[in-house]
Design a protein around this ligand. Sequence first.
Ligand code: UDX
Length: 407
Amino acid sequence: MERDYRAHVLIFPYPTQGHINPTLQFAKRLVSKGLKATLATTIFIHKSTQIEPGCVNGRARCDELGFAEAGSTEAYLERLEAVGSRTLAELIDRLAQSGHPVNCLVPLDVTTVTLPVMPALEIPDIPSFCSDIGSYPAYLQLVLDQFKNVESADWVPFNSFDKLEEQMVKWMEERCKAIAIGPTLPSMFLDKRVEGDENYSINLYKPDKVGYMKWLDTKAVGSVVYISFGSMAELTEKQMEELALGIKGCNKYYLWVVRETEKKKLPAKSIEDMEDKGIIVTWSKQIEVLAHEAVGCFVTHSGWNSTMEALCLGVPMVCVPQWTDQPTNAKFVADVWGVGVRARVDDKGCVRREEIGFCIREVMEGEKSEEIKRNAKKWKAFAKEALEEGGSSDKNIEKFVASFVKP
Ligand code: UDX
């Protein structure tokens, strides 16, 4: 469809009188400069303000969210918090389906988002394709598209296990044929029931030839910090420097994955000074590293795979999420499963050296470390149990297999 506007802005003002008109005027101004704007209000506002036909027109339109009128201000705001984010997400989806995907969201000043079966999420816990949709419109579209036909799929297998996300699994089962079939780690690290699993991985990058596994063999149990940001994250030079100084400052042994393309950002002098305590590699066999008893802490970007690997192998985490689902994964690691901490960022979004050092010590020997280690052990056992004979994921895989009739 040919579009005659540069971008579509969805504006969601705080749904009280004082916020509606200023945002309406802002929306109109954007439209006059070539954008399309949608002003989202609540059903209550929509009905009670009786929006004049000429008031919102052309490329500006008003859309209502699914809030019923509520008796008191408190009840109204409570309802807003309970269903607001869901109905807003639905509206974004609807607009995308109608050929007008949203490029930018100007939201009300929310601090907490409540969604069904999720812990309360602060703005920094929300996936970046939702909280910062202006930066990643294509990514948001990609994610929304993945769920388009979910109800008509015969099966929707996903990489988790029932105990890990009990409520979420139930919620999904009510909506589609979702089955948790994870964790999808190689069997040799878990239940050891799949034969010939030794040659387990397909790698985008070649593991570094440096003898880091032998080096790990020389280190005491739980004494090494493993640092990796997965296959995509690109850190700023400043973040790289703070990370290096944080690792150096806590004086622990470390194994740090810095992809070839990221290496130029390493602060040469600081790295020289810390060479005696660790190794930097361009890619590792991460699962083997995490399974090594010398590793006592994983500083991670909280990608889902890394999170599952560490959780299933019982390694406590320091989460330094970057984008997409990573902030939400970090929320679960720190506040739901209790297997790590999330590092705080400064006002420029950078985790400073002191914070890195503090978090590593907190996880390895600090006040919370005993509880974190206990939880890590517990989840490791549950993960293994899910795939063992009769375990929840094993049963789900059986169900899937049984759905095929032998010719
Ligand atoms: C992407 C997104 O960034 C992430 O948010 C989403 O959850 C999944 O897709 P990526 O950033 O690569 O993934 O992170 P992650 O999901 O953690 O996957 C990385 C994989 O690479 C893991 O399986 C890990 O074991 C492997 N890896 C990483 C290595 O084998 N060696 C390494 O040195 C680093």
